[in-house]
Design a protein. Structure first.
Length: 93
């Protein structure tokens, strides 16, 4: 499902834009049916970027904390952590 919760959505998109993660859509993933674990991640590239938040994350944290989590996740993308891990995994396999 797409997030449409007013100020939280606005803050998340504003941070994404500020960090150069343009064109992202925000989705809430139904993780509570499988686990109580909360998580968030960013995926895709270009106009197909997605910000994904588990539904278990939203009631546990304040808006400011959720914005911080998103900043952390976008940091992985901006610092090429996934790309680097894929290169290392390919080289060592």
């Amino acid at each position: 499902t797409c997030v449409d919760v007013g100020s939280l959505r606005s803050k998340l998109l504003e941070l994404a834009d500020k960090l150069g993660y343009h064109g992202a859509n925000i989705y809430v993933i139904d993780g509570s049916t499988r686990s109580a674990h909360s998580n968030a991640f960013c995926t895709g590239f270009g106009k197909f970027r997605r910000i994904c938040l588990f539904d278990t994350l939203l009631p546990l944290m304040s808006e400011g904390e959720i914005v911080s989590v998103l900043g952390h996740e976008i940091g992985h993308d901006r610092l090429y952590h996934v790309h680097t891990a894929l290169v290392f995994a390919t080289c060592y396999s």
